[in-house]
Design a protein around this ligand. Sequence first.
Ligand code: FAD
Length: 441
Amino acid sequence: MKIAIIGGGLAGLTAAAYLSKNPETEGTVFERSPQLGGRAFTYEKSGFTLNFGAHAVYGFDRHTLQMMEQELQLHFDSKQVDKRKVVYAKNGVLTPAPLDFVNIMKTDVLTVKEKLRFVAEVAAVIGNVHHLKNYATLGEYLDQAHSSEDVKELWEHLVCSNFFITPEDARQVSGEVIAEYYHNLFLSNRPVNYIIGSWSTITNQLADKIRNNRRWDIAVKEAVEAIDYVDGQFRLKTKTREELIFDQVILAMPIQQAGKLLDSTPWADKLAAYNANSCTEVLVYDVGFNHVVARPFHYISDMDHKVFISDVSATDHTVAPAGGQLLQGIAYLNDTFEDEEQKKRYLDERLQQMEALFDTHYPGWREQAEVKRVSKKAMVSSIKNIHSNQLLPVQLPGTPLFFCGDGCEGKGELAERSFSSGRAAAQRILAERLQLHAVAQ
Ligand SMILES: Cc1cc2nc3c(=O)[nH]c(=O)nc-3n(C[C@H](O)[C@H](O)[C@H](O)COP(=O)(O)OP(=O)(O)OC[C@H]3O[C@@H](n4cnc5c(N)ncnc54)[C@H](O)[C@@H]3O)c2cc1C
């Protein structure tokens, strides 16, 4: 079976690594950029290792990466972000983020009575009996819950930070999605981890597995430009080749890009509903220093402005030159604007709020910055997982197409959904193949 995987990000590389293990498969991963990794691309600048996007692996001991580590024999180290150095800022005051029982007891964002209430809520989520899962959205649950405003704000803020969205969007996330997500996270002994050496530690190993398999190859700088389906076979036209024939295709890219590629095919109608989905975007601000400017904490989340700063190098020392420091700021973004002018003003304002947070906690950072990268709009998740959006199935009914990526149905959020849907797409294709064999025999 000859398989084309279009997209060399986390999802496409995962699907290819699993498929290439089966001796009955051969295939090609097509990636339009010169490098692999997609939005988890890692690059070096003046001795700093910068991630284009993702850093954190949430609920590491219950994450799809754990299965991949065993099933694909991946080797990587990870390190837990020090929970005692994770703080929330509210009304200008810093207090421990209530992420575990010790911090819940220490935090100032809740009163003693509220702490007891919140602990009971956490226990209910862990026990899978929290009412939240029965509500269409977090907003509907919060409107009817008898908790105090502070507990409600805390729920909202947790969802903002784990889903990288604004409070308005947090209220639109389905209760079931949140209950399942926090069931995993609260049960985890390793809630926030970094992969030492960044995502490239994983993407390089996945790519090596594919390249070292003589039946598979990776074609970078080769965008797929058109797909045709004739007599049960796919014909692909790429930037450099006219007609390549495959038995199966996996589209491992954001729906926005898949929609364009499939625009003039008979399947365009089936994708229309998913094309209308909104995505999650954030403002990213990376700053690297040749020495440690200040290290009051390892993560600070500003509850008032929905902006956070991670001291990435405090957890993963490999990302900065010896003795140096790498900070990453992220601001969650609204996506509804009256016009371009309003949008521009909003983004400028978010940039200023971000810089103000750096000013408060890293005095002198502007003069001492060695490396700086600002992206005013980076796509975190290709389909925002809110109630009114619909994640794309891994196998689109009524078509011969498979999909994977962070906009697909799968376990977890963000990068975990890319990994879990990539693994699922590979497993389904192999299962179908086995079924065909059984019928033929
Ligand atoms: C700022 C930021 C912070 C983030 N933080 C986190 C975090 O802390 N934790 C976490 O888990 N996740 C995080 N994420 C999300 C994570 O990076 C993404 O979910 C993940 O990288 C998406 O991978 P993917 O393979 O699904 O898609 P992509 O990375 O988008 O890969 C798709 C690939 O397809 C290629 N492609 C598209 N069209 C074609 C074509 N026609 N032909 C050939 N190739 C094509 C693209 O070039 C791309 O390489 C963050 C993202 C950002 C931007």
